[in-house]
Design a protein. Sequence first.
Length: 240
Amino acid sequence: MTEPTRLSKRLAEQLGCSRREAELYIEGGWVQVDGQIIEAPYFKVETQRIELLPGALATEMPPVTLLVHKAVGQPAAADPTSAQRMLSEAVHWSEDPTRMTPLQRHLSRQTELLPLEPEMSGMQVFSQQREVIRKLSDARSKLEQEFVVEVDGEPEANGLALLDKGIGHRGRILPRAKASWQNETRLRIVIKQPQPGDVQQLCEAIGLRVVACKRIRIGRLSMAKLPVGHWRFLGEHERF
């Protein structure tokens, strides 16, 4: 009987390359075991057929940022492990304009940025890129966030103008917000650096109750046509 061996070791022996090069081939999705792509260098093999796909490159995988359309009821990711589990349950959007092939490595070690409250839906950001994490975590950032909010109730007269000037509610001054009606029950609200509960309290402050809330934009990036429960890569030239 053949003793089980790490795939990276077996591939290095088969190709006559270093163990590190073998790991890079595997992590890059270039290695098949009995016709199935395996991305884990530690995967144990015995007598299976191991193949290196044409065009294979032994290069480091660059970090990526993912945009996700979150569903209502989904809690924030508490750590990279729960972030990976959440991303694994989502679906890669078939119309992703980047045309990148998703790999397991893209879903690991992701940091959730600007998390949404469980009762909200809309655009979420997960990133491995230091510059993106730094920009979206900076308390001094003035990035706008745009929400579409379904409401009911009778709004206070000139309520939207009050939101733009700044309004107090429940003993605190709420952030200034640009608000406009899209129809009789739907508001568009734009806020810089909102804190959890801000959208709900802004609406309450002028006599409205939030029925549903969706974030559709962060900075210059909108969620656009990304379906709920799906994710896509942040494009090379896209910026928040």
